[in-house]
Design a protein around this ligand. Structure first.
Ligand code: SF4
Length: 199
């Protein structure tokens, strides 16, 4: 529990002064799929759970499509603390947090998990600044990664990393078009996971 205990006391960036909870992560075992959201919202911050409400229902349905249970995957965020008024985290906040925590969450196991960034900010840390609609629903492997987190991993020995971004579950209920796109991308992810499992 040292990893989580240290994080509970983390004040490495300004967000530490505003949060109610630092969100925990499923750290036990060799979970091979990691869903990485952007930052907790107000309800997640209050309840100390990574996804709550409508986004949690969508994540549960998504896991059903992939035939996975919650305890088989990592669910975490780029930024572990809620930004005030649910604004986007600033560059220095999420960069500090991912160097402090996310990078270790992904590398502390024997095999790098397959990473599913949820939303534009999470995709950006792996793929550089690109619109989420241009990168979601496609499998990206090591040679295409250019974001902050990938640049930080390279000196560790450039591990094999596979990334498949999706639109953020919190956004898809706002647009029928995005909802259709999201579930179509999830269907393709199911096929991609089967292929990756056999490599
Ligand atoms: S956002 Fe991350 S780095 Fe900043 S205080 Fe919270 S846990 Fe620490």
């Amino acid at each position: 529990m040292g990893f989580l205990t240290d994080r509970v006391q983390c004040y490495k960036c300004d967000l530490g002064r505003h949060r109610e909870t630092v969100l925990p992560t499923g750290l036990n075992g060799e979970r091979r799929l990691a869903f990485v959201g952007e930052a907790p919202g107000v309800d997640a911050d209050r309840r100390g759970e990574p996804f709550v409400g409508a986004p949690n229902s969508i994540l549960t349905k998504l896991l059903g499509v992939l035939e996975l249970s919650r305890d088989q995957v990592i669910v975490t965020h780029v930024c572990k603390c809620r930004p005030p008024s649910d604004r986007d985290p600033y560059d220095d906040e999420y960069t500090t947090c991912l160097h402090e925590w996310l990078i270790h969450e992904l590398t502390m196991r024997s095999e790098m998990p397959l990473v599913i960034p949820l939303g534009e900010l999470a995709a950006t840390v792996f793929l550089g600044a690109r619109p989420i609609h241009n990168v979601a629903g496609r499998a990206w492997s090591t040679e295409y990664l250019t974001g902050t987190l990938w640049d930080s991993l390279v000196p560790w020995g450039a591990p094999v990393l596979r990334v498949y971004p999706l639109l953020h579950p919190a956004l898809i209920s706002e647009s029928g078009l995005d909802e259709r796109r999201f579930w179509s991308d999830v269907s393709r992810l199911r096929i991609v996971l089967k292929k990756w499992a056999h490599k």
